[in-house]
Design a protein around this ligand. Structure first.
Ligand code: AHR
Length: 522
């Protein structure tokens, strides 16, 4: 099993740690060491016109009995504000490459057919101005994916002008006439989506030929985004899972670029889906599924390492970020839910999966500087589920809340003996650990216990700080398949956890199947 310490080092550490026993794990933190910044953009969201991800989940219309501001439901906005969402990716997904933005502006909206997702009628009521209103209400950044698959350079460049140009221009005047005089900010621009698949099934060479003019002609005119930290980041379509062809082609093209175009990010789409079509249930599953899903999700680590190694060859200075802008568990649809709506429940197992992925992104913080879980509301690994007036926060939501200290934190290296969790032929690390210093300088340790049956006593040794307090929150549940429902919304919610501290040595009793985030304070 993955042993990060050498055997002799473990023995030394255990010898200095009182009350070691068979279920002990030792985490060794050198508080004097620091790694890269863990970009808060890894906590990005994804809201596609798919099922009830937008209509019902975000947009209810101004005349709805559901409390809303200009048609956008207030309970969802409040929940998203509470987790400081850094960006929201919109309008897709596969939807983006068939989206024609002019259908969704102004007083007359033109309904279309959502051919990717169940053939639902897309009323286009929620368009660019509504999305930007939503982004403003949440206090987040816009990540807009343009239509490369069935659109044109002209359509995309006009959309950017509509969103960002001064109202003295025709496009800016159109926007002002639709109620918003100041230019919007577009922080991230996705140049197509899955052009190797639903976005047009293009060879990487064909996509890179298109990428260059799109990157050039989709200009952001917002005067506040011309220099500095708010300059728009262009994210090219990149790989799917382990397929490296797009990684090679796009990075090669980028390395040979001239002054006329560039990108700042390369997308990776990688779902946790052990079999296709997705058929594992999201509720009432057993330990076979639990172990298989966690085994599958842990492949994200090696996958990122492989793509990052290719990027390093073309971009040793790490100027281009790897943006995992679709990730999460993809399960069988909720029985009885419409085809193509991708509705699934969300369990304690999925919260563990989310924490493991955030920890993986943190370990690759030098290259992974953005990520978007799929998806935000009512779709796939949703943070929020709605049903009419009702809203429930899922276990995955609570991981986002607990992981707030990780936003823009500095990575602090840890050494630990992960131990083993075995189920049948599957052998996984029992423990995962990541340490970080938050933006205020406080030291935090995230711990995950994958073992669904055994709690673990974790001994934490911090070199360079005499710890006096170890307190935080833990998320566990009666069962690994426990869920929150509209009727019982508080089955899986974070609860306080405290370690015992003696002489600067910390011990934490980490429950089975849990995620913890603990502040280690002097
Ligand atoms: O998130 C659902 C779909 O998965 C997205 O539309 C697409 O990009 C991906 O294949």
């Amino acid at each position: 099993m993955k042993r990060i310490l050498t055997a002799s080092a473990v023995l030394v550490l255990l010898a200095t740690t009182p009350q070691a026993n068979a279920q002990d794990t030792t985490v060794n933190i050198d508080a004097g060491q620091s790694g890269p910044t863990i970009n808060r953009q890894i906590f990005g969201q994804f809201a596609e016109h798919l099922g009830t991800g937008i209509y019902g989940g975000v947009w209810v219309g101004p005349d709805s009995a559901i409390p809303n501001v200009r048609g956008i439901r207030s309970d969802v906005v409040a929940a998203l504000k509470a987790i400081k969402v850094p960006n929201i990716r919109w309008p897709g997904g596969c939807f983006a490459d068939e989206y024609h933005w002019k259908n969704g502006i102004g007083p007359q909206r033109r309904a279309t057919v959502n051919s990717n997702w169940g053939g639902a009628i897309e009323p286009n009521t929620f368009g660019t101005d509504e999305f930007m209103d939503f982004v403003g209400q949440v206090g987040t950044d816009a990540f807009v994916s343009i239509n490369v698959g069935s659109g044109s350079f002209e359509e995309a460049s006009e959309w950017l002008a509509y969103m960002t140009a001064d109202q003295r221009s025709g496009a800016g005047a159109d926007r002002a006439a639709n109620g918003h005089a100041p230019p919007y900010k577009v922080r991230f621009l996705g140049i197509g989506n899955e052009t190797w698949g639903c976005g047009g099934n293009m060879r990487p060479e064909h996509y890179t030929d298109l990428l260059k003019p799109y990157a050039r002609f989709t200009r952001n005119y917002n005067p506040d985004q011309q220099t500095g930290s708010e300059v728009m980041q262009r994210v090219a379509v990149g790989p799917s899972d382990d397929d490296t062809r797009y990684t090679e082609a796009v990075m090669k093209a980028w390395s040979e670029r001239d002054w006329s175009w560039s990108i700042e990010g390369l997308s990776l789409h990688s779902y946790t889906v052990p079999q296709w079509p997705p058929s594992l249930p999201s509720t009432d599953f057993g330990e076979d599924d639990y172990a298989l899903i966690l085994q599958t999700t842990l492949k994200m680590d090696g996958r990122i390492a492989r793509h990052a190694a290719i990027m390093d060859r073309y971009d040793p200075k790490k100027e281009v970020a790897l943006v995992v802008d679709e990730w999460g568990v993809w399960l069988a649809k909720t029985p009885g839910s419409p085809e193509g709506f991708l509705q699934q429940q969300n369990s304690q197992r999925d919260a563990i999966l989310a924490a493991l992925n955030f920890n993986i992104f943190a370990k690759h913080a030098d290259r992974v500087r953005g990520a978007n879980i799929a998806q935000m509301v009512n779709v796939l690994q949703a943070l929020i589920l709605t049903d009419g007036q009702r809203m429930v926060l899922t276990p995955t939501y609570w991981v986002h809340k607990m992981y707030l200290p990780m936003q823009d934190a500095t990575f602090v290296p840890v050494e630990f003996d992960a131990g083993e969790y075995r189920h049948g032929d599957i052998v996984l690390p029992a423990i995962d650990a990541v340490a970080m210093r938050d933006t205020a300088g406080k030291l935090w340790l995230s711990l995950v216990n994958l073992d669904p049956r055994e709690s673990r006593d974790v001994a934490v040794a911090v070199a360079g700080v005499r710890v006096r307090s170890a307190r935080g929150e833990v998320l566990t549940a009666p069962a690994f398949n426990s869920i929150n429902t509209f009727e019982m919304p508080d089955t899986v919610v974070p609860r306080p956890i405290a370690g015992t501290v003696r002489g600067g040595a910390v011990r934490v009793s980490l429950p089975a199947k849990s995620v913890a985030m603990i502040a280690l304070e002097p």
